[in-house]
Design a protein around this ligand. Structure first.
Ligand SMILES: Cc1ncc(COP(=O)(O)O)c(C=O)c1O
Length: 469
């Protein structure tokens, strides 16, 4: 007997239906919800269940079979294959990003990237030019720290757009921010650090990742002006990981005075600031301050990533820091791998050089501004008493709730209405003390989906509000 599978498709999404079905099924297999050997419905049955044409389901099944998730023999149906990605280990940074969402209609959890608008044509054009022109050198091993041309182009770009200071030699291309963080943690340990301060609230996966590296993550409170530097000074830590441009997840910006005080602290304790600038592409340039690194290139390690602006699958990130620290980073990395894909790096350089990166980010900003306006409009009309402490950018809205609202009860009520959303507690280091909040990620939800899902959240909210009033 095949199992019934609760799958839904979003007809407003730009993602083709076959891809939606493929992604949902893959998620169910990876999460272990569908175990190896489980018979899944026939393509005809699933097509009827979810109201799509059979060819769409066949396309999804074919692809999952080719990827090794499903196996099928004519006459005996299709089942989940015995060996799947479910058996592989996951990074601590992953849980917030790609956790599958079985059964829920809308996913407003943070961590995702919006890859529906990945600039396929322009990226392909750049990749084709790179591959066509690639000689022996380009097809060989790239230097460990990255292809010199890409480091040169990226240094120029970061200087122009974020005010980052430094030489291409002091910039390393990493396999995403995750590798940059792992490298910096290792170097800090080698230099006698035992702790790395982090923002509270902040990214729980990062805290776990830092803990696994051997450093103790120490939570430092964040208020409307960003990280509380006074509390950092009292913490005993000599290094801090921070998202100053757009604090994750609150969206507040580190104020000017605190920036000055933070770099003064780093000098005072002979320590370092790791600046995670992963989502500034989504911030309005007019409202952005230059990177913190520009105030103290001797103390701040600047980190960026293409995961949000392009796609996590590229695994492209970068670190720019003081030369002596970067030399240690390179030394550590020499024992880990032999660098990232040179062809991908060259494609990225070309993508920047041709202006395609700027154009793409402008498009993303316009779209995300719209999504944020949709969130604001729903807050105003449907969540009375809730407010946004943060600014006007990024991929999520941190919504503070009045104290009479029970955050976790609201999260559960939203789930019953088919909306997956996280409460502030999931991001907080000191769970007991965190004020009630909802963190609405809108990377995976366009305006129409946001509108419908927030209407559901609003209904759940009003039930509590009226019940408590
Ligand atoms: C706080 C934060 N920084 C950085 C990243 C980017 O990480 P990576 O470049 O390893 O994909 C993410 C991705 O979700 C993130 O949430």
């Amino acid at each position: 007997m095949s199992r019934h599978i609760a799958l839904t498709v979003d007809r407003d999404s730009r993602l083709p239906l076959a891809m939606q079905i493929r992604d949902s099924l893959r998620g169910l297999v990876e999460s272990g919800t569908l175990k190896p050997g489980t018979r899944i419905p026939s393509s005809r049955q699933l097509a009827v269940d979810i109201g799509v044409s059979r060819s769409v389901v066949v396309e999804a099944y074919d692809q999952l079979t080719a990827e090794g998730y499903l196996t099928g023999r004519r006459g005996s149906g299709t089942s989940v294959a015995a060996r799947t990605g479910a058996e592989t280990a996951a990074s601590a940074l992953a849980p917030l990003t790609e956790e599958p969402a079985p059964g829920a209609r809308w996913d407003l959890r943070t961590g995702a990237s919006d890859t529906t608008d990945f600039p396929r044509t322009e990226w392909l054009r750049c990749a084709t030019a790179v591959i066509t022109g690639a000689g022996r050198q380009e097809l060989g091993y790239a230097p460990l720290a990255g292809v010199p041309h890409t480091r040169h182009v990226l240094t120029g770009y970061l200087g122009r757009v974020r005010g980052v200071r430094g030489r291409p030699e002091d910039l390393m291309i990493t396999s995403g921010f995750a590798q940059g963080l792992a490298l910096v943690c290792r170097v800090l340990l080698d230099r006698g650090h035992t702790a790395l301060a982090v923002e509270d609230p902040g990214h729980p996966g990062e805290r776990e990742f830092i803990g696994q590296s051997g450093l103790r993550p120490v939570g430092i409170p964040v208020d409307e002006d960003g990280l509380d530097v006074e509390r950092l000074e009292a913490s005993g830590a000599r290094a801090v990981l921070i998202t100053p441009a757009n604090q994750f997840p609150t969206g507040v910006r580190l104020g000017r005075e605190r920036r000055e005080r933070l770099v003064a602290w780093a000098r005072e304790v002979d320590g370092y600031v790791l600046e995670d600038d992963f989502d500034t592409g989504f911030l309005d340039p007019a409202g952005r301050l230059p990177a913190l690194q520009s105030l103290a290139p001797d103390r701040v390690v600047y980190a960026g990533s293409a995961s949000k602006t392009l796609a996590p699958a590229l695994r492209l990130g970068w670190l720019a820091g003081p030369p002596d620290l970067m030399a240690s980073v390179e030394h550590v990395r020499a024992g880990w791998d032999i660098g990232c894909s040179g062809l991908e790096q060259l494609t990225f350089a070309r993508f920047i050089d041709t202006g395609a990166f700027d154009r793409h980010q402008r498009r993303l900003r316009t779209e995300f501004r719209r999504r944020r306006r949709t969130v604001r409009a729903h807050l105003d009309t449907q969540l009375p008493g809730a407010w946004l402490p943060g600014g006007a950018g990024g991929l999520q809205a941190y919504v503070r709730l009045p104290s009479r609202i029970d955050e976790q009860a609201l999260v559960r009520a939203a789930r019953r209405r088919s909306v997956l959303v996280r409460g502030g507690r999931d991001y907080s280091v000191s769970a007991a003390g965190s004020p009630p909040a909802l963190v609405i990620g809108y990377a995976k939800a366009n305006c129409a989906a946001l509108s419908r899902s927030l209407t559901e959240v609003g209904a759940a909210y009003r039930e509590q509000w009226e019940g408590a009033g």
